[in-house]
Design a protein around this ligand. Structure first.
Ligand code: GAR
Length: 191
């Protein structure tokens, strides 16, 4: 059985692409049935089109509230039969409507070893702080920013000072770790 995933992203979408490609190659027993993006001009929208993935790209300012756009997201996910929601560079705090409807079924990837360096600029902050071991965390999403239970982490040493180089190293860790972790979660899920 192919499980039904939604991926949420706001920007480039390299993690989205890694997940979709793994599904296409049969490395994950899953299909990305919906890509949700809060920035209609983002590169991830082009990537989704290239892979033929249905997309809901919306501008939050066109809605009266977070609850309003999240209600629309939930409707679309319900009708697409989404089982697991993977946040992949979705730079928005998930609100009560989404958390209520998909409780325990939303995961996120974050470019630091949580609980260190929460928030939107984790890599820059860790570099600025002078840490020597960097890493990536995948965790369940709850009401606290980058605060839900940790599912997987991977660390690596880096003693340089080059943000671009470090970002590339983080991405190289993120892509396989996200695919592996989704695979494990789907395998332990009852069909
Ligand atoms: C990833 O590094 C992800 O960990 C990070 O955004 C990047 C998105 O890259 N997420 C956060 O910082 C969430 N707080 P991508 O668009 O190329 O997948």
């Amino acid at each position: 059985m192919r499980h039904r995933l939604a991926v949420f992203a706001s920007g480039n979408g390299t993690n989205f692409e890694a997940i979709v490609t793994a599904c296409e190659r049969g490395e994950l027993p899953a299909e990305v049935v919906l890509m949700v993006c809060d920035k209609p001009g983002a590169r991830v929208v082009e990537r989704a089109a290239r892979h033929g993935v249905e997309t809901f790209a919306f501008a939050p300012k066109e809605y009266a509230s977070k609850a309003d756009y999240e209600r629309e997201i939930v409707e679309r996910m319900d009708s697409a039969g989404v089982e697991l929601v993977c946040l992949a560079g979705y730079m928005r705090i998930v609100g009560d409507v989404l958390l209520g409807a998909y409780a325990g079924r939303i995961i996120n990837i974050h470019p630091s070893l949580l609980p260190s360096f929460r928030g939107a600029h984790a890599i820059e902050q860790a570099l600025e702080y002078g840490v020597k071991v960097f890493g990536v965390t995948i965790h369940y999403v709850d009401a606290e920013l980058d605060g839900g239970r940790i599912i997987a982490q991977r660390a690596f040493p880096y003693e340089g000072h080059d943000l671009g180089e470090l970002e590339s190293m983080i991405h190289a860790v993120e892509h396989p770790l996200y695919v592996e972790t989704i695979g494990k979660l789907l395998n332990t899920k009852k069909e």
